[in-house]
Write a protein that binds this ligand. Structure first.
Ligand SMILES: *Cc1c(COP(=O)(O)O)cnc(C)c1O
Length: 395
């Protein structure tokens, strides 16, 4: 039995109920289909499946019921027609690019993207003759000025990492449409609980399921969400042929994690707001970057675009530069020192020497990622314990 997804359902209900797949055993929680291939009753049925005349599974690089259940659930939550699940967030971005771009095409991207995304664009897509220009994420005029006749993709993360600059997705969607390009939004920081880029005109949403979708630091995965042509057909055919598909076991982990995504994201937002407000009042903290603060220059845009909340990621800038940043990080006891984010456990990192170290010092300076900046992904511990640990670090 397949429980249909009801378009009237809210995001939490979609996360709990969409993509339910029940066998005659009557299990309440979906089964895991750990199988590489599927068998047929006859040579005729086998031939019909291969030719596409009969629907059904053939091989788990193509389709698998557990992976399909996760994809259907995430598509319902993002409000997309189709979703394709991938082995990691990076393979979601790779699949999107290789399925939609050709040699000679041009990408305009935010200069604050996840480091490996910039590596993919500069080191691998460039080899295939696909070039990329980088702009400040919040500067609409810069996006427009960077467009060339060859531009076929605008690529953003919003809010940006680590300084939480908010990108105006509706404006960029219009710019993309005027120039026959796709707006691709990496929605890893917000998840569909906080923000649904397709509602603002984005054409494709990519995810690293590794982050908040799982939210518990257990498995690598990714996803691409969009319409039936771009995602359901083009990205799907890339995956089916080239192979960076999601494992059924990981799909089951993510499928179950989506059931708690809304309550987890609400808790991340509530704690994020408290930590941000507390940090803003601490001596030695020059600035706190968090879209939920009145002091954030795009607080209003964030409120409009992120109806579900401002998220669990924030950054702060310390007056004392790298020394002060390292002292804060080393002075915490409970908080994990790691570049990962979107976990139940609060994490802390120094972007200039880690996640953004490969960018030249000059570009980092232009982007505002100075030596005194520290990024925190606020977890689900008691917020008083998180604040006490940061207080010890700042002391
Ligand atoms: C982690 C991350 C990725 C890559 O995801 P993986 O699952 O590690 O491959 C892409 N984009 C953003 C914003 C990320 O934080």
């Amino acid at each position: 039995m397949n429980e249909d997804f009801d378009p009237d359902w809210g995001t939490a209900t979609r996360g709990v109920r969409a993509g339910t797949h029940r066998t005659p055993e009557g299990e309440h929680s979906n089964a895991i289909y750990m199988t590489s291939s599927f068998v047929f009753e006859s040579a005729e049925e086998c031939a019909a499946r291969f030719s596409g005349d009969a629907p059904g599974n053939i091989y788990s690089r193509f389709t698998n019921p557990t992976v399909d259940a996760f994809s259907k659930r995430l598509a319902a939550m993002e409000g997309g027609e189709s979703c394709v699940a991938t082995a990691s967030g990076m393979s979601a971005i790779l699949a999107t690019c290789l399925a939609t771009l050709e040699a000679g095409d041009h990408i305009v991207a935010a200069h604050t993207l996840f480091g490996s995304t910039i590596g993919l664009f500069n080191n691998y897509l460039a080899k295939l003759g696909i070039t990329t220009s980088y702009v400040s994420p919040e500067d609409n005029a810069a996006w427009k000025a960077a467009i060339t006749p060859a531009t076929r993709m605008l690529f953003v993360e919003t809010p940006s990492n680590p300084l939480t600059e908010v990108v105006d997705m509706a404006a960029l969607a219009e710019l993309a449409n005027d120039n026959n390009a796709l707006l691709v939004v990496d929605n890893c920081f917000c998840t569909p609980v906080l923000q649904r880029p397709l509602d603002f005109g984005a054409h494709v949403v990519t995810h690293s399921a590794t982050k908040f979708l799982d939210g518990q630091g257990r498995a690598l995965g990714g996803a691409v969400v969009g319409d039936a042509d771009i995602v359901g057909d083009r990205v799907f055919r890339f995956l089916r042929t080239c192979g960076p598909t999601m494992s059924p076991f990981n799909a089951w982990i993510f499928y179950k994690a989506l059931e708690t995504l809304e309550v987890r994201m609400r808790a991340h937002c509530e704690a994020g707001q408290k930590v941000a407000e507390w940090l803003e009042a601490q001596p030695g903290v020059e600035h706190v970057y968090y879209p939920g603060l009145q002091s954030h220059p795009q607080h209003e845009l964030a409120t409009r675009q992120q109806p579900g909340g401002y998220g669990g990621i924030l950054a702060l800038r310390l007056a004392g530069g790298r020394d002060a940043a390292f002292k804060l990080i080393n002075g915490t006891k409970m908080i994990s020192i790691t570049a990962n984010l979107g976990d139940t456990r609060t994490t802390i990192v120094h972007p200039a020497s880690t996640t953004h170290a490969r960018i030249s010092a000059e570009d980092r300076g232009r982007a505002g990622i100075t030596e005194g900046v520290v990024r925190i992904s606020v977890g689900l511990e008691n917020v008083d314990d998180i604040i006490a640990d940061l207080a010890a670090g700042l002391a």
